[in-house]
Design a protein around this ligand. Sequence first.
Ligand code: ADP
Ligand code: NA
Length: 330
Amino acid sequence: PARPRVFSGIQPTADSFHLGNYLGALRHWVALQDTHDAFYCVVDLHAITAGHDPALLRQRSRVAAAQLYALGLDPERSTLFVQSQVPEHPQLAWVLGCITGFGEASRMTQFKDKSQKQGSERSSVGLFTYPILQAADILLYQADAVPVGEDQRQHLELSRDLAQRFNTQFGKTFTVPAPHIVKDTAKITDLQDPTAKMSKSSSSPAGIIDLLEEPARTAKKIRSAVTDTGREIVFDAEGKPGISNLLTIHSALSGRGIDGLVAAYAGKGYGDLKKDLAEVVTEFVRPIQERTRGYLDDPAQLDKLLAAGAEKARAVAGATLRAAYERVGF
Ligand code: ADP
Ligand code: NA
């Protein structure tokens, strides 16, 4: 039987992915290649919903793709492409927008949060319709499964509702996607504020480990990570979020279990753990940085890979869009 299909996207809205993106999402993308027919997308259309710089966006999309290949996405096994190179996405989004209720879209909490931050007069209609474009992203590929974090649950629910609604109204066209829940997903927290998640919008750059930053800089950030009072190295996410975060990162990258790590650090201090972790992280990022540079140093080859990805994506997306258009009466 054919492998189940998975779809996921990530925005090119930073100069580099950070360790939270990798441990919370991208390493699962890589692993899913072994079990699924994977479609992955750099969602640059989504990245213009809240203001952007054109040259920077173009650069960030390329760096994002280069990093994804460098992290282990294999263009032979999975389809990686840039969203704006597949015009079927906004084409299907229009149709889906016409079966989405205004009230239904208004209930999306991510829009409410983001537009509140920007001021509702200033936030764009694109930000409002973002979840509809996201539904189109998923439904075009007839995805069975979509890896989702907590923050994207409501959007996936909308995608499911729209697929079912379209199918009922116009005839079976779309696979209804299910959430793909990854067990033991690491939630990585900010090194300077261990109660907040590591995020590109963190208040201090010292709290985030970018995969592309200088290893020496990374080591320094780890050594300066905020830890808790006390001395004992134990895992207690509530009571000792700082040290627990360092243990989580170590375990995820070294493959050693948390319990084994705690046992190994019995009688040792925070400084010992930080020193070792700095080494683990820098050893991990070094080859990724080298491979990323390799892709970026050969722009023609990167373009070729992405064009091939877009072509594979369009073969599937085009067939879905034609079926949907035909059902709608176009
Ligand atoms: P950011 O929070 O930096 O804005 P995004 O929202 O673009 O990152 O997230 C991209 C992906 O990375 C999502 O799947 C998200 O769940 C995951 N992710 C982001 N930050 C973390 C984190 N600190 N720990 C685990 N996963 C994360
Ligand atoms: Na975010």
